[in-house]
Design a protein around this ligand. Structure first.
Ligand code: PEP
Length: 252
């Protein structure tokens, strides 16, 4: 990894009530309070964000959401705006997760609007990209991922691009127990960085690129040895505070 600060973000998906989130925060903070060399983010369900704001205030743990609307406000039943996320102290937002693309039909164009909206509001988007198994087997993984990144970042200035985080998450590795090899993760993260370099030149060296897909305390250290892997987006292994804290410590 070059001169980039590692980022480890937990994605709780649709797990944890308010009470469970509060309980988690107390245990987790106690475990990670001495971590200084990694940016830690918890991306919780909308309903838990307000409680987590209180628990995590003035701590080293940042708060993130898992999705967001592309509109400012208005008649968008069921949506949550960037301002609402800022109001509960969110500073990060996951956008374009494969579960949102696959199950809720989110397109690259909608994701691009969300990325722009997040940046306008001052939130850091964690833009997810990744190929499915058949594309990987057909040798089209790089083409798919580069296309997703290019379309999601269309129209952004170099300054805006410098405020994003990318998470490469091969769909076949999410929640399956199959991790991409660290070599596969490196190859794709390097190709994403090459795509960014075409847009923003050497400033692409500053953009954190994370790997996600069955990352655990046992495999994070090897992934982190790769030069273009700057951290991880972690689903299942972020649900237990002690397990997630161990993963973070193993990443450092
Ligand atoms: C994710 O949800 O972004 C993810 C990578 O999940 P898991 O770590 O469970 O594969």
């Amino acid at each position: 990894m070059a001169d980039r600060r590692p980022v480890i973000a937990g994605n709780w998906k649709m797990f944890k009530t308010v009470h469970e989130a509060e309980d988690y925060a107390v245990k987790f903070l106690d475990e990670v309070k001495d971590v200084t060399d990694i940016d830690i983010v918890l991306c919780a369900p909308f309903t838990a964000l307000s409680a987590l704001k209180n628990e995590l205030e003035e701590s080293i743990v940042h708060l993130g959401a898992q999705n967001m609307a592309w509109a400012d406000q208005g008649a968008y039943t069921g949506e949550i705006s960037a301002q609402m996320l800022l109001d509960v102290a969110c500073t990060y937002v996951i956008l374009g997760h494969s579960e949102r693309r696959e199950m809720f039909g989110e397109t690259d164009e909608e994701i691009a609007r969300k990325v722009q909206q997040a940046l306008r509001a001052g939130l850091t988007p964690i833009l997810c990209c990744g190929e499915n198994l058949s594309l990987r087997e057909e040798g089209k993984a790089v083409e798919r991922v580069q296309g997703q990144v290019t379309r999601a970042l269309a129209g952004l200035s170099a300054d805006e691009l410098s405020r994003i985080i990318i998470a490469y998450e091969p769909i076949w590795a999410i929640g399956t127990g199959k991790t991409a090899s660290s070599k596969d993760a490196q190859e794709m993260c390097a190709s994403i960085r090459a795509t960014l370099t075409e847009r923003m030149g050497m400033a692409a060296e500053k953009v954190p690129i994370l790997y996600g897909g069955s990352v655990k305390a046992e495999n994070i250290a090897e992934l982190m040895t790769e030069p273009d892997v700057d951290g991880a987006l972690v689903g299942g292994a972020s649900l237990d505070p002690l397990q997630f804290a161990k993963l973070i410590k193993n990443a450092g």
